[in-house]
Design a protein around this ligand. Structure first.
Ligand SMILES: Nc1nc2c(ncn2[C@@H]2O[C@H](COP(=O)(O)OP(=O)(O)O)[C@@H](O)[C@H]2O)c(=O)[nH]1
Ligand SMILES: [Mg+2]
Ligand SMILES: [Zn+2]
Length: 303
């Protein structure tokens, strides 16, 4: 095949075996995957070529990724959610009941991917943050994560939220029902139809649920939503990675007596001292311990 039929394209939506691609000229085409070896995800840059006399294109290769967001699927296997991100938005709300441990796990994943992250507290029209949620949000601010309390329903603080996303390639994550899709729709405004266009893109009357879709934001930048994916927060597989995933523990840990301190029962542990004096949030430290113990169980199983 002559080389000029191969195009670089961006994966902007994935269905089970089908993809929607954006080509360099801005046009969007449906595509399928050549063979079974490659598994493109939203955010992937791929090589694709038109198939003669067919509406679909063929994806032949995935370009190297700068990063990927992974988490376990319903069967406990690792699933890659999206690739080539530079920002992770974790959404929480008072309803459904908030689980800040899930937020901490996503933030740890962002640290390990080397991308910035922020925490969005949604549905303020329904419930203001409870005392414990307000404390958790303060924890995040203290260690340098931006937080925003907003409402997709009444629009409050949505301008500020949009401004923080501008120019980024972001993914929006969090427990199901917290309002991720609603927040995106609110930001898309007149462009909100795009979501249904993408859902209908596989056409031919067949109902296919979108796994994840990248939405272009009006002010520039894009955000990936994963409506068809059940929620399983990331698992951190190695104990060293867990330490790396909690930025304040990583920072205070520089001053522990032992370089390989796990910050549990070791003497002269700067992290434990910081927890005792309140400089590190006891709640965050508890999340760290829970995640560390999970990762140690996983490491034990591997050995
Ligand atoms: N009152 C209120 N309801 C909201 C808000 N954002 C989302 N919802 C509702 O919460 C439910 C779940 O929202 P959805 O966007 O589907 O959540 P997702 O699963 O995180 O994508 C829907 O019934 C929304 O209408 C909000 O800011 N305020
Ligand atoms: Mg959704
Ligand atoms: Zn220590």
């Amino acid at each position: 095949m002559p080389p000029d039929t191969t195009h670089e394209a961006l994966v902007i939506a994935t269905f089970s075996r089908q993809m929607l691609l954006r080509l360099a000229d801005g046009s969007e085409v449906r595509a399928r995957i050549k063979g079974k070896k490659i598994r493109p995800v939203c955010g992937d840059k791929v090589d694709a070529e038109p198939i003669p006399n067919e509406p679909e294109w063929l994806i032949t290769n995935i370009r190297p990724r700068t990063n990927e967001l992974t988490r376990p699927d319903s069967r406990g296997r690792t699933e890659i959610l999206a690739a080539n991100l530079d920002f992770l938005v974790v959404v929480a709300a008072e309803a459904p009941p908030v689980d800040w441990f899930i937020v901490d796990r996503y933030l740890a994943a962002a640290e390990l991917m080397g991308v910035s992250a922020m925490v969005v507290f949604n549905k303020t029209d329904l419930h203001a943050a409870s005392d414990s949620s307000a404390a958790a949000l303060t924890d995040y601010e203290t260690i340098g994560y931006k937080t925003i309390s907003c409402s997709a329903t009444d629009g409050s603080n949505m301008e500020q939220f949009s401004a923080l996303l501008r120019g980024h390639t972001a993914i929006i994550v969090g427990q199901s029902g917290v309002g991720k899709s609603s927040l995106i729709n609110q930001m898309l405004g007149d462009d909100r139809l795009r979501v249904s266009e993408i859902s209908g893109a596989t056409g031919e009357g067949r109902h296919t649920t979108v796994n994840s879709a990248m939405l272009m934001l009006p002010g520039g930048g894009s955000v990936i939503d994963s409506p068809g994916v059940r929620d399983f927060a990331p698992v951190i597989e190695s104990p060293d990675d867990v330490v790396h995933g909690f930025r304040e523990i990583r920072d205070y840990g520089q001053n522990c007596r032992f370089a390989n301190c796990r910050h549990l029962r070791e003497p002269d542990c700067a992290v434990k001292s910081a927890v005792e004096s309140g400089q590190i949030s006891a709640r965050r430290y508890e999340s760290f311990r829970r995640l560390l113990s999970t990762s140690q169980d996983l490491a034990d199983k591997r050995n």
